[in-house]
Ligand binder design. Structure first.
Ligand SMILES: CC(C)(COP(=O)(O)OP(=O)(O)OC[C@H]1O[C@@H](n2cnc3c(N)ncnc32)[C@H](O)[C@@H]1OP(=O)(O)O)[C@@H](O)C(=O)NCCC(=O)NCCS
Length: 191
């Protein structure tokens, strides 16, 4: 992918493809958010996600041309984002769903705003046409971020998650990318 350099609050943010060397930092960010409310499952303890798991996932994503990007501030990982297939069946091969996590010390300073457009560009460059995100209905920052980046709400899933002992709603957002508006051509096939 092309590297993106942007400025926020006078801080330069570099967005680039992730490396194996970023795995430890990415896991720290992920574990923080799992323990503090995003993607958590309340009292349920998920299987620990280890470095080797993430390395294997990155390798597989690279093989399938699925973007996995990090944002860097002062040489340190400030956040990361990636896309995975929306569904496994071949008919859905032009659609991805994505995740984005910013370092707890770097929240709300524009890192997400740097990461998400870079991920969108990388997904479009890889030939995908639709991106889908699932956002907790109380996550105002993520909802705003996605709205600013051209996503629109396409679904509302009530009480689909159990978080801290309460049922939580999820907002489904979507946007077309790349050739989303182009008609189907013979080479694509119906899948
Ligand atoms: C959601 C998340 C990725 C957003 O990234 P961020 O770097 O914190 O957000 P940014 O500073 O780039 O701000 C994104 C937008 O939200 C707005 N925003 C920032 N803080 C906000 C807040 N507390 N409340 C509402 N909106 C807020 C910004 O103004 C910006 O809007 P704009 O794009 O119109 O300028 C990040 O907060 C995060 O990792 N949160 C925990 C994990 C998570 O929720 N992941 C997403 C799961 S769907």
């Amino acid at each position: 992918m092309t590297e993106h350099l942007s400025m926020t609050h006078d801080t330069p943010i570099l967005v680039r493809a992730s490396l194996d060397a970023d795995v430890t930092a990415m896991l720290e960010i992920y574990r923080h958010h799992i323990c503090h409310g995003v993607g958590d499952l309340g009292a349920y303890q998920p299987t620990p996600f280890e470095e080797d798991d993430l390395k294997a996932r990155r390798k597989s994503m690279k093989k399938h041309k699925l973007p996995h990007v990090v944002a860097e501030i002062d040489g340190l990982v400030a956040g990361y984002a990636y896309a995975v297939p929306f569904r496994k069946r071949p008919a859905y091969r032009f659609t991805v769903k994505h995740s984005i996590y910013v370092h707890p010390d770097r929240l709300h300073i524009g890192v997400g705003r740097a990461l998400l457009p870079a991920l969108i560009d990388a997904c479009a460059a890889a030939g995908f046409r639709q991106m889908i995100g699932y956002i907790d209905s109380t996550n105002a920052t993520s909802l705003k971020l996605h709205e600013s980046c051209g996503f629109r709400q396409v679904g509302y899933l009530p009480a689909v998650a159990l978080r801290f002992g309460a049922w939580a709603d999820t907002v489904m957002v979507q946007r077309g990318i790349g050739d989303a508006d182009a008609p189907v051509v013979r080479t694509i096939g119906a899948g």
